[in-house]
Design a protein around this ligand. Structure first.
Ligand code: TRP
Length: 450
């Protein structure tokens, strides 16, 4: 390995960074809302099964490609290609993933900016600055532009420091802080009226709805978004893992942490919804459907916190600080995708590359903020519903159909010499060759049709 390439200094550091990428708004907001609108515990069961049986194998494909290539996504994919057409294909998939990560960051930064302003709002209230507090709580163009930019600058500041001092150091600090705040909030919510009803809805499955196609499609999409698949991010993180590490178990830890945090977030949000309902906030319509899915977090939760009296200011602050932290450890992974490519392809200094790309992404973000009604939903659909599943599928095709089996085995044996005797090696290559592409393809077609 060349001296300039960064590497995670420890197992713990890698796990925190990759889990930091995986754990984000997708887990703490997306997962509980989807669970609530898709039949509660039945969705939870489907999500658990799909995360372990489909998303984990796909994550392993990306980590393997990256660690074998020891380079950005384009170069890593090219290294497993043999024929000229495969090398073109590698460029399309790698570069497509990098672009996709950039566009995902451009909308993610907007939502994260809302989280930042919601974090600042209770502070303004406490300080008695009522006008500022009102400004922070209402959607406005100036507020959105300012907080989106603040969030992008925070992301740039961490990424410009590189792998060990930037990504790893901050993920190690922020991830455990996040878990701590989550548990404190759960303990609080559990003491409130209505919480037990929410807990039942979350944990007691109604098995009649478990084979509903829409439920399965949503659960798989959620699992892929949540593990940051299909955008070359996990290829790059894989490239920073030492060849002495056992990839099979590292990937399993990351999946377990991601699923665990989604599960724990559900323990907070779903009971919190029922607590809010017990306090008179309308959450479900008469037919039992969730009202205002997208905006629930910014309307209903502050209402819930208000109901707590002055403690609510602290709870609201802690909750949105947690959302902002989760968003930041995810956004740094998204920015790393284009930055590592630019640094390696154009031999640019990391700090220059980070600012250059950060500014480009900021321009796209601001364009979206100024056209929220038209562009926001469009960019989300194109990146997460179209590009992500297709690119994830292609990574599985690389591992299953293009990468020579012997070379693949050698790559996975590094750090895990006995792997050829394990169940993993008996099942996984076959899985990524047939099951993953077919199921992802089916989900893709289904989401396009509906
Ligand atoms: N997985 C993160 C979440 O759950 C989002 C995320 C981070 C992501 N990096 C990504 C999604 C790359 C897609 C691609 O919020």
């Amino acid at each position: 390995m060349s001296a300039v390439r960064g590497e995670f200094s420890s197992r713990f550091g890698f796990i925190m960074a990759a889990a930091g990428s995986a754990v984000g708004l997708g887990n703490i907001w997306g997962f509980p809302t989807q669970t609530a609108s898709n039949g509660g515990a039945a969705f939870l069961v489907a999500y658990l099964v799909l995360a372990f049986f489909l998303a984990y194998p796909a994550l392993m494909a990306e980590l393997m490609i990256g660690r074998h290539g020891q380079a950005n996504a384009v170069v890593s994919l090219t290294k497993v290609s043999n024929k000229p057409w495969q090398k073109h294909f590698a460029f399309i998939v790698g570069f497509g993933g990098i672009l996709c990560a950039g566009f995902i960051l451009s909308f993610y930064a907007i939502v994260a900016g809302w989280m930042l302003s919601a974090t600042a709002q209770p502070i303004a209230t406490l300080a008695g600055a009522d006008a500022a507090s009102l400004w922070l709580s209402e959607q406005s163009l100036t507020r959105n532009i300012i907080f989106t930019l603040v969030f992008i600058v925070l992301t740039i500041a961490i990424i410009s420091r590189g792998v060990e001092n930037g990504i790893e150091k901050w993920s190690k600090r922020l991830m455990p802080a996040l878990l701590g705040i989550l548990f404190l909030l759960i303990a609080y919510v559990m003491t409130q009226e209505g919480a037990m009803e929410g807990l039942k809805a979350y944990l007691l499955p109604d098995f009649s709805s478990i084979f509903d196609t829409q439920l399965i499609v949503s659960a798989l999409g959620q699992a892929f978004f949540s593990l940051s698949l299909g955008t070359s991010v996990m290829i790059i993180y894989g490239s920073y893992i030492s060849k002495k590490e056992n990839l099979v178990s590292l990937g399993a830890y990351v999946t377990l942490i991601d699923v665990f945090i989604a599960f724990v977030a559900g323990l907070l949000i779903i009971p919190a919804m029922y607590v809010a309902q017990a306090q008179g906030v309308e959450i479900f319509s008469a037919s039992g459907k969730l009202l205002s899915e997208d905006t629930l977090v910014f309307q209903v939760l502050p209402a819930l916190f208000d109901g707590m009296g002055s403690v609510g200011l602290f709870v609201g602050f802690a909750f949105f600080a947690l959302m902002s932290i989760a968003a930041l450890t995810s956004s740094i992974s998204m920015l790393e995708a284009p930055v590592s490519y630019t640094v390696e392809r154009f031999a640019m200094k990391r700090i220059q590359a980070t600012w250059l790309i950060g500014v480009l992404i900021a321009v796209v973000s601001i364009t979206i903020v100024c056209n929220l009604g038209t562009l926001f939903g469009l960019v989300i659909t194109l990146t997460t519903k179209v590009a992500q599943p297709l690119l994830g599928l292609m990574c599985c095709i690389f591992v299953g159909w293009i990468w020579y089996r012997n070379s693949l085995l050698q790559a996975i044996q590094e750090g895990n010499p006995e792997v050829h005797n394990t169940l993993f090696w008996k099942v996984w290559p076959w899985y990524t060759k047939f099951v993953c592409p077919i199921v992802i393809g089916a989900v893709f077609v289904h989401s396009i049709l509906s």
